[in-house]
Design a protein. Structure first.
Length: 198
């Protein structure tokens, strides 16, 4: 189970990671098996024999049409599975709009763009912050926030964090009517300005 902070920090690639890990483990096991076969662990003459057992080859020859149809079907299934993974990876990330007071029947829908623009504007008012960018992620039931802050050179990071947590994020939670707003904050410190030599 992922924590709310993890969900806010980055787009979830759980499915892709699980598939990659499973594929990697299978290929690793195949590689280890081939190495053990080559070193003669399964018998001295086994490495010189054909990969497919002669009985299997004989069966495939006897049932050529069924084997070809099976290979085509398997290829199509793998193609569809691969395309599904590609489209899932390339789909745009969901930025949820939030409905305020939906129980009253006359709720107001606040777009993700409006929310993030307001939060970024509030964050830029914090002393020491030169630029801010906010992004809403997750879904309508469990929204999360990514907040990137660019700090001026020499800024007290602890003071900025205190101000952001006490003011900006608290105002965001109150405005959106949520008790919890998981937030991942990325801080980037500004480099010292270069001095020109005359």
């Amino acid at each position: 189970m992922t924590s709310p902070a993890t969900r806010a920090a980055a787009r979830s690639y759980g499915g892709e990671r699980a598939l990659t890990m499973t594929t990697g483990l299978l290929l690793l096991l195949l590689g280890v098996g081939a190495a053990l076969l080559g070193y003669g662990v399964f018998g001295e003459g086994r490495a010189a024999r054909a990969v497919l057992d002669p009985q299997v080859l004989r069966t495939l020859v006897d049932w050529q049409l069924a084997a070809r149809i099976g290979a085509i079907v398997l290829g199509l299934v793998l193609l569809a599975f691969g395309l599904r993974i590609v489209f899932a990876t390339l789909r745009p990330e969901h930025h949820p709009d939030l409905a305020l007071n939906p129980t009253r029947g006359h709720g107001v829908l606040v777009t993700a763009g409006a929310i993030t623009e307001a939060i970024a504007t509030d964050a830029e008012q914090v002393p020491g912050v030169s630029k801010a960018r906010a992004t809403m992620v997750g879904d309508e039931e469990e929204p999360a926030l990514r907040l990137s802050l660019w700090l001026e050179d020499g800024t007290d990071v602890k003071q900025v964090w205190r101000e952001v947590d006490d003011t900006v994020l608290r105002q965001a939670r109150e405005s959106l009517g949520v008790d919890h707003l998981p937030t991942a904050v990325r801080l980037e410190l500004g480099a010292a300005q270069r001095q020109r030599v005359r």
